[in-house]
Design a protein around this ligand. Structure first.
Ligand code: TXA
Ligand code: MG
Length: 349
């Protein structure tokens, strides 16, 4: 399939390009588009044949449900059984934005979207290109992250091109994404509001409006025995080609441990990549060193993480030694992704 790559400026959107992209969506094709979190791989969410193409292009397991993206609250009403008051409140406070809400689904939602569950995930993105596209397509857009299943989510059009060239009809290149990690997934379909995936909207943000909010305990620890509430949590994710070890604990102990390990692996003839922070980067004398940004600014760390994982793929390192961060605010989302990238290989120091 020929893939058209089209540059589009979020602050000066060329309407005719949106019309072309929307036509592809309406007619059952695939369009990759930017959101404020990561790039999405979009298809007409109410057209089963189109949705099926998403699973094929990504190599995604069929039992992993998709998020429907909407441009208005009005659009949600058709897709859900009910909008509970707490969901109404969250939509008011956090939409458009990086919050996906799980509702009880209406019969209108195709089986393939919800992967056989009786719930549906819905989000209203903040990126104007995404919003215009959904509006013009005049249908909810199903969109997982636009990466091959298992790889880090794409935060730039180049990442999408790397994974999706020849597999989609169009890629809308709207530049780098702002947040760089996927949306928070919040389950409001039961009496216990629960975060199933941490993301751009933090637990701290949500607890101002939902005092009894809980967080799925498997989020930052790998617990093989536990049945995940969100199917996506059981798959290997964000995986760089190289093995990755994640170090957590006091910052100076992390640095000491990474220095010792760098020496050890280098002696074995391995190419070592180090994921560090601005505060620590000068302590390392060996290895390929990339900083995620300052520990004082988790927004920057979140924005850079997936690109760094892909960069180490290109640099063909044999092992990645990564510094962990503390779990406050965006820290839990960052550590959740890093832990998965490391396949649970966390070294507590
Ligand atoms: O930021 C984002 O959310 C991006 C952009 C493109 O919007 N999308 C994204 O989609 O990350 P995806 O498919 O890569 O991740 C969706 C996650 C998966 O972990 C999936 O299992 C979970 O949401 N999910 C979807 N529907 C669900 C449901 N009904 N119940 C529980 N979890 C659900
Ligand atoms: Mg994904």
């Amino acid at each position: 399939m020929e893939t058209r790559i089209i540059k589009i400026d979020e602050n000066n959107i060329d309407k005719s390009l949106i019309e072309e992209a929307a036509k592809i969506i309406r007619e059952g094709g695939l369009v990759a588009f930017p959101t404020e979190t990561v790039y999405g791989l979009g298809a007409n969410g109410l057209y089963e044949k189109a949705v099926k193409k998403i699973f094929l292009a990504k190599g995604r397991p069929q039992d992993n449900p998709l998020i429907l993206h909407v441009h208005s609250v009005e659009q949600v009403k058709d897709l859900v059984e009910e909008i509970p008051p707490v969901a109404k409140l969250c939509m008011d406070k956090f939409w458009p934005g990086p919050l996906t809400i799980i509702f009880k689904k209406s019969p209108k939602v195709p089986e393939m979207i919800s992967a056989g569950l009786d719930t549906v995930a819905i989000r209203m993105p903040e990126n104007k290109i995404a919003l215009e596209l959904i509006k013009e397509a005049n249908t909810p857009i199903a969109a997982p992250s636009a990466n091959i299943s298992g790889k880090p989510s794409p935060t730039s059009a180049d990442h999408v091109i790397e994974d999706m060239m020849g597999k989609v009809d169009m890629i809308l290149d709207g530049g780098d994404t702002g947040i760089g990690l996927e949306s928070t997934v919040l389950d409001l379909s039961t009496d216990i509001p629960m975060i199933l995936r941490p993301g751009g909207v933090t637990k701290e943000d949500l607890s101002k409006f939902i005092p009894n909010i809980t967080i799925d305990s498997s989020i930052i620890k790998e617990d093989e025995k536990k049945v995940p509430k969100s199917p996506g949590q059981k798959y290997r994710h964000y995986a760089p080609k190289a093995e990755m070890l994640l170090f957590s604990g006091q910052v100076d102990s992390i640095v000491d441990a990474i220095i010792v390990n760098t020496e050890k692996y280098t002696k074995e003839g391995k190419r070592v990549g180090i994921i560090c922070t601005d505060e620590t980067k000068n302590f390392y004398k060996e290895g390929l060193i990339i900083s995620m940004g300052s520990r004082k600014n988790k927004e920057t760390i979140a924005r850079n993480l997936f690109n760094i994982l892909r960069t180490f793929d290109h640099l063909e390192v044999d092992i990645i030694l990564a510094e962990g961060v503390d779990l406050s605010n965006l820290g839990i989302a960052i550590m959740n992704r890093m832990m998965k990238a490391a396949s649970g290989k966390i070294i507590k120091v």
